[in-house]
Structures are given as C-alpha cells and as structure tokens.
Design a protein around this ligand. Structure first.
Ligand SMILES: [Zn+2]
Ligand SMILES: [Zn+2]
Length: 422
C-alpha cells in the first residue's frame, strides 16, 4: 500500500513538473520548489557492478541474528485446507541466544520450515496451542522427517490438557506414535534414530499466565483461549526485554486483554470475513456467521483486541490472504484499529529489536536439502533392529549382484569407504 502511495505521489510530482516545464520558459523554472527535497538530496550509492545494500527481502541462511534480536517467520498462516500459497498455522521464533521455538505445526507447515535451511537439531521444541489438525497436523512430518533430515535429538512437545485425558496432548501424541509404529520401527537399527523419540509436557489448559517453560533467559507462559471446546491456549514468550504473544485460535477473551498488553509482536487470529465464506466456500450465512464471528475472531473484533492491547506490531493471520479478500479484511480491522499492522502470509519475516521491527518476505529456494547434522551421527544401534523381512519376502528379491558390486566399488573409491555388498 505504502509503495503504491509513494509511487503515486512521485507520479503526481512528475506530472506537475512536466506541466510547469511545458508552461514556463527555461529561464523561469521554479524547479527547487517542486522537487521532493528529501529525496532529491539523497546521493545514490548504487553501483553498476556492486550488490545492492538493501535487497528488501530475506534469504534464509544468509543473515546473522544479533544477540539482542528476535526473528519470527510465518511458516503457516492460512486455513485448515493447506494450499500452495499458505500452509496451516505455524510460527517459528528464533532468538539471538540461539534458541528456536515453534508455535503450532499445522498441515503443510513442515515444508515451509524446510525452506528456511535450519539444521533439524535446532528445531526440537514445539508448542501446540490446541489439537486441531490445522495447528498440529504436520507434527508427524516434523518428527519423522526431521530424523531423516539429520535430527538426532528427541523432539520436545508442549501442549494443553482438556476436560478429559483423551482430549489432551499426551494421549494425542501417544496415538500419533502408535499410528507411526511401522514407520518408526522400520527405521530403527537402519539409521541414527536417537531423534525418534518424543518428550511430551502436558500442562493445565486453565492456567492463567502460567509458566510452562523457563530456560536460558526465556520464559513462556500460557493463558486460556476460547475456541469451541475446553483445551486451547495462547502463548506469551518473553526474552531479553522482548515480548511475543501468539493466540493460536481464540475468540476475544479477558485473559489476552489482561496479559498480552504491550507486546512487541502480537500474532492473533483474524478469520476470513463471513461474506467470503459464503461466496467462496459455499457456507450458509448462518454457518459463516457462526464460524467467522463466534468460533473465531473476526477482523473487526481483532481490531478491537489490538486497539485495547496496543502491541508495537499487530499481526493478523488465519485467513486466505488474497487480492480479493484483503480489502474487506483491512476495511474491517481499520474500523476498530489504526495501529501498526501486518496481514500475514507464509514466509513473512519479522526482525524484532527494541529499536525496530522490520517486516520482509523471505525468498526461498525450492531445491532444498536438509542441512548436515550439527551433532556427529552414530552408526545404527544393532540392539534396536526390530524389523526384518520375512523369508517369504527375502525369497522374492531379484538381486542384480553385478550392478550392486559396481555401485559399491564406485562409492568406496569415491569416498574412501570399504562397504561390502551384503
Ligand atoms: Zn482451531
Ligand atoms: Zn485454526
């Protein structure tokens, strides 16, 4: 928006200058009064052969994080149906002390995370706001895919309880592990599987400003969130005088209004408008109103929350951020809030310090490989061999021994190994 306004102003200025040029003679040109002095006075340092100093985008893996800096990356900002442009909810918080935290890991978000080129050993802490699949549907992908991608430390997961144990995080993850029994056991004994374990911390969803994590100067607290059914929570992270709050999903509530005041970065859901649900997705008006204003926070309600809690930067997420949805969302938010605002989309990056909040988009490479392990890999533990092919399957193998011997000898020669064809 800003760019458009600036570009338009420049165009208007140019038109005015041209009109004056056309109507006045060269001797009488009042040029100084018409040119934007601030811009005219800036000498350019742009060189025909040097890289630009300000590329205005973030290339993952190319920037240090300052000791006092927080970088927050949107790895999922959309709705339950992940789509090419937007995965479901997921936010990565990276701190200058080296810590990294994931808040939610919704459907499709593991792919976004891979694009950031961070070694998986560093992404071992996940905080789940509630157990809708659009908020933890890619936990399996991060858990197992992370191990294949060289994570050799267990994954640590924090998530809320609910009204019954069967609705809590512990049971959900226990069942996820059961669902993945074939996957996990088939890898045991074949690779370094030290990362194929999950440590779950389930906390009381009713805790108000409850500390659930305190380490290395970082404190993470929870407050209850109101969303369909008891269990959801929102998170508040504090480190080095910087405060970050993430709603996950919630209707506006008194706990956020009290405890998420004056955040540096406040990420809160702002759902798609009811009319878009009717027009684009075929909802009945009644269903659209229920989902868009009762189960979730509508854009105008989001604005109310932000106007009352005054963050340095308000971030709206949980809607399809398109050219034809943004005008109505922005109109509704601006009905109630006129402060700093970002309408999130995947790969939006926030660099937060006490002095500045810089918002950019990441430019990602599609040809991504997992980074090498930051901890030396160990050979597979033979004690963990749990699966072997049955004789029936072994007898079905068609072994091209000559080909295998060629491949083994080529690789041994290239890398100095001495593996033998089994
Ligand atoms: Zn939800
Ligand atoms: Zn959601």
């Amino acid at each position: 928006m800003k760019t458009i306004i600036t570009a338009t102003s420049v165009m208007i200025t140019l038109v005015l200058v041209s009109l004056v040029l056309m109507s006045s003679g060269p001797d009488t040109l009042p040029v100084a009064g018409l040119i934007d002095e601030a811009h005219a006075a800036e000498p350019t340092t742009i060189s025909p052969v040097k890289a630009l100093e300000n590329r205005e985008v973030y290339y993952p893996g190319t920037e240090d994080l300052a000791p006092d800096e927080m970088r927050v990356t949107a790895c999922g900002t959309g709705m339950p149906n992940a789509r090419p442009k937007q995965a479901a909810a997921c936010w990565l918080v990276e701190l200058g002390n080296g810590d990294k935290f994931l808040f939610d890991i919704g459907t499709g978000s593991a792919e976004r995370l891979s694009a950031l080129k961070i070694p998986y050993n560093f992404i071992d802490k996940v905080f789940i706001g509630h157990l809708h699949s659009d908020h933890f549907g890619d936990l399996d992908a991060l858990w197992v895919g992370g191990v294949v991608g060289n994570r050799v430390v267990p994954l640590k997961v924090w998530g809320p309880s609910s009204i019954e144990p069967k609705y809590g995080t512990k049971v959900a993850i226990d069942h996820m592990e059961k669902m993945l029994a074939w996957d996990v056991d088939s890898r045991m004994g074949n690779t370094d599987t030290r990362g194929l374990f999950i440590e779950v911390t389930e906390f009381d969803y009713r805790g108000v400003n409850q500390v659930i994590y305190e380490e290395n100067g970082v404190t993470i607290r929870t407050i209850p969130a109101i969303h369909i059914f008891d269990g959801p929570v929102s998170f508040i992270l504090e480190w080095n005088g910087l405060k970050f709050a993430y709603s996950s999903d919630t209707f506006p509530n008194k706990w956020w209004m009290e405890h998420a005041v004056g955040m540096d970065l406040a990420i809160h859901e702002s759902f798609i408008t009811p009319e878009a649900l009717v027009e684009k997705q075929g909802f009945t008006p009644e269903a659209a109103l229920n989902v868009g204003t009762q189960i979730h926070t509508s854009p105008a309600q989001f604005g109310k929350v932000m106007a009352a809690t005054e963050p340095r930067m308000a971030v709206a997420y949980h809607f399809f951020n398109d050219w034809d949805t943004v005008p109505a969302i922005l109109r509704d938010i601006r009905r109630t809030y006129d402060g700093p605002l970002a309408l999130a989309v995947d790969y939006m990056v926030f660099n937060v310090t006490k002095e500045d909040i810089r918002v950019r988009m990441a430019v990602v490479d599609e040809d991504i490989w997992p980074q090498p392990s930051t901890i030396p890999l160990v050979p597979p533990d033979p004690a963990l061999v749990r699966t072997e092919l049955s004789q029936e399957m072994l007898d079905g193998r068609v072994v091209h021994r000559d080909i295998l011997e060629e491949i083994y000898s080529e690789i041994n020669e290239q890398f100095g190994s001495s593996a033998e064809v089994p």
